[in-house]
Design a protein around this ligand. Structure first.
Ligand code: ATP
Length: 235
C-alpha cells in the first residue's frame, strides 16, 4: 500500500499579532518516518509543532492530523494519538519516576498499568522507585520520553529533546527513538543543529524565518550548497 500522510499542512500561514511566523508552509509526514525539522531560533519549528498539536490555529491554510483538524474540541481521540516532549522537561522532584508517570497517566486518562513497562523501555526500571530529584538530565529526559509514550501514541513530536544532554545520553536517547521507529511510530524531531542527528532521520525540512529553505533526504541536503552553515553536512 502507498504511504499514508499522518500530517498534512497546506499553505499554512501563522501570524502573531500580525507578524508572520510561518509563511505558506506545505508539509507532509508519512506513516512510519522520522522527519527532522531544522532551523535556527525563531525559524518556526515550535509554531509548527503547536499547530500539529492543535494548541494554536493557523491564520490561513489547512492543518490535518490523521485526517482531522487538531483544534476541534471533538478531536479528543486524535490527541491520544500524539505524544509530545520538549527540551529540559521539569517534573515533580519529590515524586518518584513511577509516581510521575502514574500522575501523567491519570491526566491523560490512560491506564496506569503500562507505567512499569514504559519505565523499563526507557531504561529506568530500577530508578523508577527513586525520587526525580536524584535523576541526571539524561534520566529526566528518558522519563519525559516515557511520559510522551503513555497511551501508545502513533505520532511522537520531539522539540529539541536532547538540549543539555551529554553526548552519551544524547546517543542513548536517539537509539531509543530508532527502536520506536522500528515499532512503527512516526516521529517529528525538531533541532537547531543537523550534524550528529542525520543518521536517525529519514527526511529533513529546513526552515528559515518561517520559510521552507530545503526539503529532502539527508543525501539531498548534502548537495545543497546554499544552506546556512549549521546545516552543512560533511561527505
Ligand atoms: P526556537 O528554537 O527559539 O523555539 P522556533 O524555530 O521554534 O525557535 P518559533 O518559536 O516557532 O520558532 O517562533 C517563530 C517566530 O514567531 C519567532 O519570530 C517568534 O518570536 C515568534 N513567536 C513565537 N511565538 C510567539 C507568540 N506567542 N507571540 C508572538 N510571537 C511569537
Amino acid at each position: 500500500s502507498s504511504a499514508i500522510n499522518i500530517v498534512e499542512l497546506q499553505q499554512v500561514e501563522k501570524k502573531y499579532q500580525g507578524v508572520s511566523a510561518l509563511n505558506k508552509l506545505n508539509l507532509e509526514i508519512r506513516e512510519g518516518e522520522v522527519l527532522g525539522l531544522f532551523g535556527h531560533n525563531g525559524a518556526g519549528k515550535t509554531t509548527t509543532i503547536k499547530l500539529i498539536l492543535g494548541l494554536i490555529g493557523a491564520t490561513s491554510g489547512q492543518v490535518k492530523v490523521f485526517g482531522e483538524d487538531p483544534t476541534q474540541s471533538e478531536a479528543r481521540n486524535l490527541r491520544r494519538k500524539l505524544g509530545f516532549l520538549q527540551e529540559n522537561v521539569s517534573f515533580y522532584d519529590q515524586l518518584t519516576g513511577l509516581e510521575v508517570l502514574q500522575y501523567f497517566a491519570r491526566l491523560k486518562g490512560v491506564s496506569k498499568k503500562n507505567c512499569l513497562s514504559l519505565l523499563d523501555q526507557v531504561g529506568l526500571s530500577q530508578a523508577g522507585k527513586r525520587r526525580v530529584k536524584t535523576y541526571s538530565k539524561g534520566m529526566r529526559q528518558r522519563l519525559g520520553l516515557a511520559q510522551a509514550l503513555l497511551g501508545e501514541p502513533k505520532l511522537l513530536l520531539l522539540d529539541e529533546p536532547t538540549v543539555g544532554l551529554d553526548p552519551i545520553a544524547t546517543q542513548d536517547f536517539y537509539r531509543r527513538i530508532e527502536q520506536l521507529k522500528e515499532q512503527g511510530c512516526t516521529v517529528i524531531l525538531c533541532s537547531h543543529v543537523l550534524p550528529g542527528v542525520e543518521k536517525y532521520i529519514d527526511r529533513a525540512l529546513i526552515l528559515g524565518q518561517g520559510n521552507l529553505l530545503a526539503e529532502g533526504s539527508i543525501n539531498d541536503l548534502r548537495h545543497q550548497a546554499d544552506l546556512p552553515a549549521t546545516f552543512h553536512l560533511q561527505g
